[in-house]
Write a protein that binds this ligand. Structure first.
Ligand SMILES: [Mn+2]
Length: 515
């Protein structure tokens, strides 16, 4: 049937949010629409009336019941994921928890968390809201059989252990709600519910579905999703932030009745910083850590988002040691047949970087634990400014100096947008130095200490403990192998295996590796 004159056409629709001049309770939608493209937290209060107006409109429609479009959504879409378990990634963050809780309520399923431990930011948010954390995935009776909707991740490596081990996992993964790139190995044999959007947080995707489906959102859920967007977008300041995230923060603060959003964000970030500092070096290197393989180079990038970097730098040497242990540990594996612990040098990480992101100043530094890391950061971030990680810090490698242990990479803050692309580009486009892929004597030495000294690193149930002196001696053999010489001074330094070498030069590193 052809459209008759007078019926609305695509270009001639009446929007409920049209600016009506002179109308009572006039709401300035247009100005808000323009602002939302670049809105910051401090702008939100200038548009409070508009935001409240929009919120009230949504609430009015909820009270009216379902319209035709939400009938369709409710009948055909929300029912798709009914009773599924919604679960986020390991190294769980606020977006993964909030996304699982918010989506489970929306789609009428069961929320779960990927692992037992929760970071300080998640704990703070839940306590502030007065909400219990969702149960652990493993503890659910249908953990091994239930239908699953992944939220906030799709890489196998980041899945909760039961799913990671389940080779038939794709038979029960029925949905994905995510804002990450879809991994090459994420394939399904049957059609899948997928809602992936290039937005700054997964929580924004969930909230927008509430709006579209006219599903009433509880104040607590609104608060939780708000916290998640603030966390993932670093207060709407990270480069991953999109207008959708800004819009969702504005409306969620209204639905969640949050007056001072900036204060909430600061409290979230401070809680996370305090928690990270309390963890110690071992966890700092392994917490928010992701692995990549580029051009045969096994690269690990960890990120610490903090409101102040000084407490992290105070333990810089411990972190360097732990980064090196972490690289070695990547070569550890369990022989499935004999149940024996094995180690393969070819599985060790070539390069482990730790970026410390200052969420207040919006800038980052990379902590460097060895020559491969130094080469990569120097190549990937040519503008970087080099210095010692802390006053009097010792270089953890004979091939770099103390003044090469920290690189200020400026206003880059995102692993996804900045760190990974720049490192990948460097590894792909610049020929690797000859020594880059060779086995390292320094790693061998560390491996020997880890293998022979039982107390060097122990896992006592929940907590990992490590013997600082044992590991220090593995990294700094005689504590004389010091890289404390200034870069370029090229002083001979006595090294662990009794040879005198010039530090800092690339040729020297090559000679060292040829031994
Ligand atoms: Mn996320």
């Amino acid at each position: 049937m052809a459209l008759t004159t007078g019926q609305p056409t695509i270009n001639n629709r009446e929007f409920s949010h049209i600016d009506q001049e002179g109308a009572p309770n006039e709401v300035a939608y247009k100005a808000f629409q323009r602002k939302v493209l670049s809105m910051q937290l401090e702008d939100i209060k200038d548009h409070k009336d508009t935001i409240r107006g929009l919120t009230e409109q949504f609430k009015k429609n909820w009270n009216k019941g379902l319209g035709a479009e939400s009938f369709v959504e409710d009948t055909f879409m929300r029912s798709q994921l009914r009773d599924a378990i919604f679960v986020g990634h390991v190294n769980t963050d606020l977006d993964s928890i909030a996304g699982a809780v918010g989506a489970a309520e929306l789609y009428r399923g069961q929320a779960a968390r990927a692992e037992e431990s929760l970071n300080g930011e998640v704990l703070f948010a839940l306590k502030w809201i007065g909400m219990e954390p969702p149960p652990c995935f493993d503890s659910l009776p249908n953990a091994k059989t239930g239908r699953v909707c992944l939220v906030d991740h799709n890489e196998v490596d980041q899945m909760t252990p039961i799913l990671k081990k389940d080779e038939k996992r794709m038979k029960r993964i029925v949905g994905l709600i995510d804002h990450h790139a879809v991994a090459a190995n994420f394939t399904s044999s049957t059609p899948l519910f997928m809602d992936t959007r290039p937005w700054g947080s997964m929580a924004a995707i969930v909230f927008h579905t509430y709006l579209r489906n006219r599903v009433p959102i509880r104040k607590e859920i609104a608060q939780l999703l708000l916290c998640a967007i603030l966390s993932d977008t670093l207060n709407l300041k990270s480069g991953t932030t999109t207008p959708a995230d800004r819009f969702c923060v504005a409306l969620l603060s209204s639905f969640g009745e949050v007056e001072d959003i900036d204060d909430l964000a600061m409290r979230l970030f401070t809680a996370k910083t305090d928690w990270i500092v309390g963890l110690g070096a071992y966890e700092m290197c392994r917490g928010d850590q992701k692995n990549f393989e580029v051009n045969g180079v096994r690269l690990s990038i960890a990120v610490l988002e903090v409101t102040a970097s000084a407490p992290i730098m105070a333990v810089a040497e411990d972190i360097m040691i732990q980064l090196r242990v972490f690289k070695y540990e990547k070569g550890d594996y369990l022989n499935e047949d004999t149940q024996e612990k094995c180690h393969e040098t070819n599985k060790e990480s070539h390069c482990a970087l730790l970026f410390i992101v200052d969420t207040v100043k919006q800038q980052s530094v990379a902590l460097i634990c060895g020559a491969r890391e130094q080469w990569l950061v120097e190549t990937a971030f040519p503008e970087g400014k080099w210095s010692a990680a802390a006053p009097g810090v010792k270089s953890p490698s004979a091939f770099i100096t103390a003044e090469q242990t920290l690189c200020d990479v400026g206003s880059l803050v995102s692993r996804k947008l900045d760190f990974v692309p720049k490192c990948t580009e460097a590894l792909k486009s610049v020929p690797l130095p000859e020594w880059y892929m060779q086995t390292s004597k320094e790693m061998e030495r560390l491996g020997k200490v880890l293998a022979t000294n039982q107390g060097a690193l122990t896992n006592s149930g929940q907590k990992f403990e490590w013997d600082r002196n044992a590991l220090r001696s593995a990294v700094w053999t005689e504590e004389s192998c010091n890289g404390a010489d200034k870069a370029g001074e090229a002083k001979p330094a006595k090294c662990g295996w009794g040879c005198s070498f010039l530090t800092g030069g690339k040729r020297e590193r090559e000679v060292m590796n040829e031994l």
